[in-house]
Design a protein around this ligand. Sequence first.
Ligand SMILES: NC(=O)c1ccc[n+]([C@@H]2O[C@H](COP(=O)([O-])OP(=O)(O)OC[C@H]3O[C@@H](n4cnc5c(N)ncnc54)[C@H](OP(=O)(O)O)[C@@H]3O)[C@@H](O)[C@H]2O)c1
Length: 224
Amino acid sequence: MALQTIAVIGGTGPQGKGLGLRFAQHGHHVLLGSRSPDRAEAAAAEINAKSPAAPRAQGGTNSDVAAAADLVLLAIPFAGHDEIVGCLTKALAGKIVISCVNPLAFDRSGPYALGVDHGSAAEAAAVLAPESQVVGAFHHVSASALWSDRPSLHHEDVLVCGDHEEAKSVVQELARSVTGRRGIDAGPLRMARQLEPWTAVLISINKRYKTQSGVRISGIDGSH
Ligand SMILES: NC(=O)c1ccc[n+]([C@@H]2O[C@H](COP(=O)([O-])OP(=O)(O)OC[C@H]3O[C@@H](n4cnc5c(N)ncnc54)[C@H](OP(=O)(O)O)[C@@H]3O)[C@@H](O)[C@H]2O)c1
């Protein structure tokens, strides 16, 4: 795919930093966003330290990085989601916006899915940013796997959902930077209602088996 400037909203957290690392290692220019520019610069320095031959990450405020990017990843907790996406509506207009947000909570029995207005976090983002092309992806790849030294997460698939076919195709290609394979088209954006809570199942399996589970879809060859 053509190299992109990708902003990560919430880029100081493990998921945003992990995906930012993979995107940077595949040649994309990565802008990590934060409520604090200092924290964002520190996170960008961590990415660049892991890829010293080609430092491609920079930090900034969430609004500055969203405005400067071609493509924007939302990697914020669901608790802050509506407020932050609502503030960025203008900066996100006309852009592909990827949501990997999983609206989950935890109690003594483990993780569980939260009820969400509009059906899912990705659909809520589409309502808050109506001039953007929102795509759901990267819900099931764990931050620790992303930050690991494994060259590619070949054993996992990235499931991609969205209502804009071209935007979805761009994100399917971007998934190669994580798994080495094109992401799988899981259907329209409303499939995020299934994809987001599924992460609770993976976390539960991880706890039971002390592992790092992921998703791999059978029945699809590499040429899709
Ligand atoms: N962790 C995983 O393995 C994983 C896997 C798949 C999907 N996800 C999803 O990816 C998203 C990010 O996960 P994470 O573990 O990286 O989350 P996190 O560490 O809790 O948060 C990421 C960043 O968001 C910012 N933030 C926190 N609360 C905020 C608020 N109320 N308003 C605005 N910004 C806020 C913080 O950055 P600043 O303080 O610097 O602004 C924080 O570093 C979540 O929705 C999660 O469900 C996570």
